[in-house]
Design a protein around this ligand. Structure first.
Ligand code: GRF
Length: 216
């Protein structure tokens, strides 16, 4: 069967891009990366893409008069590459309303908190400061409002008493690398539907466990 064509949008390290590259290396994985776009030149994520033999493009937002023109350039490049699903992976630009509308239900994001809690930036430090006992990560469809949109999958991690933001971020990141390729797989397999802005994944089961932190 034809593989789902992905465009991955990055601005930096690209460890989630790497997780998708690794998943796509399995011949049985139902998606392939058609294009990697970075708005920043020289980032580690671009090296990862080139190392994997993927087509890359740097579209520097500073060279465009406004967000609309920048977004249009990305859409044109992604369409030329046959993109069917856009995966935001540490892409640090806000997106125009027209861009989000154009890719409606065809664009997903990964965020390092349990949405709808802790939208925005510095979320690990904010979760610790709030005294939360758990945090995690979320893969969701993109809507115009930042870090809002139908949730496909979440992973939970405990927050430890001695955690700083870096320690928590690392614990969450390990789960990001599991759930992002999983979400893409489900979409590629045609198992994901959205109704009333809620997602169901055909054939996927919830875990039969809860978790308490600290353990009584
Ligand atoms: C991840 O924590 C992701 O959840 C957030 O930005 C970070 C990107 O990391 N959206 P990487 O570039 O994938 O390593």
């Amino acid at each position: 069967m034809a593989k789902l064509k992905l465009a991955v949008l990055i601005s930096g390290r690209g460890s989630n891009l790497q997780a998708l590259i690794d998943a796509c290396a399995d011949p049985a994985y139902p998606a392939e990366i058609a294009l990697v776009i970075s708005n920043v030149a020289g980032v580690q994520g671009l090296d990862r893409a080139v190392g994997a033999g993927l087509p890359t493009l740097v579209i520097d937002h500073r060279k465009y008069p406004n967000r609309t023109e920048f977004d249009l350039e990305m859409t044109q490049a992604m369409e030329a590459a046959g993109t069917e699903l856009v995966c935001l992976a540490g892409f640090m630009r806000l997106l125009s309303e027209a861009f989000v509308a154009h890719w409606h239900d065809r664009m997903i994001n990964i965020h390092p908190s349990l949405l709808p809690a802790f939208k925005g930036l510095d979320v690990q430090a904010r979760a610790i400061a709030a005294g939360a006992r758990f945090s995690g990560c979320t893969v969701h469809y993109v809507r115009h409002e930042m870090d809002v949109g139908p949730i496909i999958v979440q992973a939970v991690v405990p927050i430890h008493a001695g955690d700083d933001a870096g320690a928590l971020a690392a614990r969450i990141l390990a789960q990001e690398h599991v759930i992002y390729p999983a979400a893409v797989r489900w979409i590629a397999e045609g198992r994901v539907t959205i109704a009333d802005e809620r997602v169901s994944v055909d054939g996927a089961q919830p875990p039969n466990v809860g978790a308490i932190n600290p353990v009584p």
